[in-house]
Structure formats: structure tokens, C-alpha cells
Ligand binder design. Structure first.
Ligand code: V47
Length: 385
């Protein structure tokens, strides 16, 4: 096939090349900063020229961040895996009474927070199951206790799904619940639970969760109250390209309204030990393309994260040349993907993350949760309790 060359970039130093004619008008828009529409999103998924899609995404990524690639020193804490939802997509949740279920006593959760690497964490990432008996107060006490013990650590806690569930159980409005959370010490929110907004898909993979509109309206309220949050999309199960583009464009519309999203994280479905274990795992090019399409459609999201735990360090490293500017963090202990068959390590050190980034030809920058650069001094490597 003949290669076509389009060069709408006035600097013209790196002309865009593709053998897919459908990408040419898209490239012209991307390189002149114009927004892509639904059909162009579909064309990006349909294109056989994945390298050209990646080249375009990389041009956006470099315009925004140059060579800088972010990572953070964080610790995940999952206080309970007991969950009423029984989502088909999930290998982590357990019904109440299941011998494999666990719920941390508060002391245990605080001890867990302190365990791990000797590198001082700047973020606790806290998510868990929708427990039928644990009241909102348990979670507020958990956060309050963490803030008391680790006053400098940012607490990124509770997905929109957990916020909505805890509000319902406490018979409070979403707004009241968010305000109680803020009072207790929650600083921002992670992006989980978004899955795929399309009702047809949601009714199969997570039918007991809040629907897509409720996820978005909870995020809207959180942003209006001043919380920053992330957003995710779970792909590689029963969704199609239309569902993916719809999901991304609904996030983009909310971001136009609130500006509250920091980072988008595409999450590949891991089928092992789930009710959907007959489905195959995603392939490398699907993962890489998803990163690139996300970067191109979400023109108002500052960051795209290649979550190394989910993608594997090798694919996440390649994603740094396909639109991603963030690898996430040290994590220390991961349960959601490992229960679903992930073979990645439980955590990585700063040094290992920096090596991945440097060998991709990028410049590692340690960030805090709000993307301020972190400067380390000798004694800041000791966790202060
Ligand atoms: O919401 C659950 C997904 C999410 C499976 O905000 C699964 O910085 C694949 O949201 N296969 C939780 N995915 C993880 C998450 C996250 C991770 C890292 C960083 C951030 C952030 C957020 O994991 C769930 C769901 O979408 N998930 N089960 C599974 N079997």
C-alpha cells in the first residue's frame, strides 16, 4: 500500500505518515488542535495503522508534557473485600460469610498503611468492597486515623460507586457524604467504578452498581465541591468500539463542565477467577491503541496513565510513546488485579519506575497526587508515624 504524507504542522519537522487514508483528515485536526468527534473516534479504533494512531497521540502528549513522565510513591489499601455487588467483572469481591472475605480492623488498616517500602509515601489509595454492614463512620474513622498518623500523606479514597453506596446506607445526600469525607481528611478521589457507561454492557458486567449517569453525577458533585478525581474505563470484555467512544466522550463532556478530572486510566479486563473467565485477555496492541485513542479523544484531560500493574511494566513502558505521561506508583500491595490473575509484581521501587521511564527516552518526575513535583531529601525517605 502507498504511504500518504500529510504535513499540516507548520514546523514540519516530523511529517505525519500513514497508509490509512481515513487517518489523514483526523491528523489534520489533531495537529491543528481541533476536537475529534464520535465517528473519528471510531476510525481511530478501526485503523490498521496503529503506529500512525500512536504517532498522533504521542504528538499531543509531547505538546502537553514534552518528555516528562510522572510517577508517584503510593500505597494501596483495600480495607475490605466483602461486597454486596457481585459484579461479573470482579474477582476481588466476596459475599458476606465467605471464608475468603476479610475486613480490616481500623488498627490493622493503619498498620497496613505504615508497612511496605522504606520510601516515604505521598499518597494512600483507598478503595474496597460495598460492605453490607460497615457504616460510613468506619470509613471516616479510618481516614481520620490515617491523617492523624500521616498528616503529610494525600488521601485519595473511595470511588464514586462507594460514595453513592455509603450515602444511601447513611441516609445522607451525596453532597453531605462528600462533605463528611472531606472533613475526615479525604483529599481527592480515584477513578474506579466507571467501567463502561453504556447501559447494555453495564447490565451484564456490573448490574448492581450505580448506572453511568449516577457515576457521572456523583463525580460532578465531587468536582463542584472542589475535589479532584480520576476517571477509568474497563475495556476488553463485551463492549464494542461505539461503547468505548461513547464512554470517553461522556467523560470529556463532564470535564468541559467541571475541569475536575486529572487523569484518565484505561483498565484492561483481567478475566481469570471472574464470572467472565471464558473471555480472552486483551492483546498488547489493543492496550497500546486504547492509550493512544484515549489521549486523542480526551483533549481536555491533562494526564493519561499507563497503570503498570494492569498493563505489565513492559507494555506500560511502550505506552509512554503512545500518549501516556504517567505510570502510577510504587503501589506496594495490589489485590484487585492479582485476584484476577495478574502476574505483575505487587509493587515497584522508585528506582525500578525511573529505569522504565529513562529507558523509554523520557524524563522521570516524581509527583504528588495533584501533580506537584516532589523533592526528596535524605530524611524524607523515612516514613514518619
Ligand atoms: O473499578 C475490577 C477494575 C478498578 C477487574 O484513580 C478490574 O489513580 C480488570 O480504578 N480486571 C479499580 N479490571 C482500579 C482503579 C484504579 C487503579 C489504579 C489507579 C487508579 C486511580 C484507579 O479495577 C475497578 C474496575 O474497573 N477491575 N476487576 C478485573 N477483573
Amino acid at each position: 500500500m502507498q504511504a500518504h504524507i500529510t504535513d499540516p504542522n507548520p514546523a514540519g519537522s516530523h511529517p505525519f505518515r500513514t497508509f490509512d487514508r481515513n487517518l489523514e483528515p483526523i491528523a489534520a485536526k489533531v495537529l491543528t488542535g481541533q476536537r475529534l468527534d464520535f465517528h473519528e473516534g471510531l476510525a481511530l479504533y478501526a485503523s490498521t495503522d496503529v503506529l500512525a494512531v500512536g504517532w498522533l497521540a504521542n504528538s499531543v502528549r509531547e505538546k502537553l508534557h514534552g518528555d516528562v513522565t510522572y510517577f508517584n510513591v503510593n500505597r494501596h489499601i483495600n480495607p475490605t473485600n466483602v461486597c454486596v455487588a457481585a459484579c461479573k467483572l470482579c474477582a476481588f469481591g466476596r459475599k458476606k460469610g465467605d471464608p475468603a472475605g476479610y475486613t480490616m480492623a481500623l488498627e490493622q488498616a493503619w498498620e497496613t498503611a505504615a508497612s511496605g517500602y522504606s520510601e516515604a509515601v505521598t499518597e494512600f489509595h483507598i478503595v474496597g468492597g460495598l460492605h453490607p454492614d460497615l457504616p460510613l463512620e468506619y470509613f471516616l474513622d479510618l481516614v481520620q486515623g490515617l491523617k492523624k498518623r500521616f498528616p503529610k500523606v494525600h488521601i485519595k479514597a473511595f470511588t464514586m460507586v462507594e460514595v453513592a453506596y455509603l450515602a444511601r446506607r447513611a441516609k445522607l445526600s451525596i453532597e453531605q457524604t462528600l462533605l463528611r469525607m472531606r472533613e475526615a481528611g479525604v483529599d481527592s478521589m480515584p477513578g474506579g467504578g466507571a467501567e463502561i457507561f453504556a447501559a447494555r454492557v453495564r447490565s451484564v458486567i456490573c448490574d448492581h452498581k450505580i448506572d453511568g449517569d449516577e457515576w457521572l453525577s456523583t463525580a460532578r458533585l465531587a468536582h463542584q465541591l472542589g475535589f479532584k478525581s480520576n476517571a477509568t474505563m474497563l475495556y476488553g470484555h463485551i463492549e464494542n468500539d461505539e461503547d468505548r467512544v461513547d464512554h470517553l466522550l461522556r467523560l470529556r463532556s463532564l470535564q468541559d463542565e467541571t475541569g475536575g478530572f486529572q487523569t484518565f486510566i484505561p483498565l484492561a479486563f483481567h478475566p481469570e477467577n471472574t464470572a467472565l473467565d471464558h473471555l480472552p485477555v486483551t492483546t498488547g496492541l489493543t492496550d497500546i491503541r486504547q492509550v493512544a485513542v484515549s489521549r486523542l479523544l480526551l483533549d481536555n484531560f491533562p494526564h493519561i496513565k499507563a497503570y503498570w500493574q494492569m498493563m505489565t511494566p513492559k507494555i506500560a513502558q511502550i505506552a509512554l510513546r503512545f500518549g501516556a505521561d504517567d505510570l502510577d506508583g510504587t503501589v506496594v500491595e495490589e489485590k484487585i488485579y492479582h485476584d484476577a490473575g495478574a502476574t505483575t509484581p505487587q509493587g515497584m521501587t522508585r528506582k525500578q519506575l525511573c529505569r522504565l521511564i529513562t529507558e523509554a527516552g523520557r524524563v522521570p518526575v516524581e509527583r504528588d497526587t495533584l501533580y506537584h513535583p516532589v523533592t526528596r531529601t535524605e530524611d524524607s525517605f523515612v516514613i514518619a508515624v
